[in-house]
Design a protein around this ligand. Sequence first.
Ligand SMILES: [Zn+2]
Ligand SMILES: [Zn+2]
Length: 115
Amino acid sequence: MPIRPENRSRYPKTWKAMVAAAGERSGGRCECDGRCGLDHEGGRCSAINGQPHPSTGSKVVLTLAHEHGVPLEETSIDRMFHACQQCHNRYDAPMRRAGIQQRAREALGIQDMFA
Ligand SMILES: [Zn+2]
Ligand SMILES: [Zn+2]
């Protein structure tokens, strides 16, 4: 989902810079090291931004995932990891079920944090 125009202004001004920095750190590759619950071969997910996903085959779009327990207001990439859709969804699934993170995101207008 694209960022809705009415929400764009609510993003941190540095968001673009953060995404760029995260991309540099990750090298365009998913940074998940198994925290999503999957046993990634080689210790790290091999999904590459813009390439077909190794498991799902759909185009990979890396997004910044907040580490659990980190307040959403804390927008340092040190507290986030660059994740493919599969890892991000899996990682956030327990939180999403609880509805906590989702409601917090909606309150902040940052439910779609895409690179
Ligand atoms: Zn991944
Ligand atoms: Zn993963």
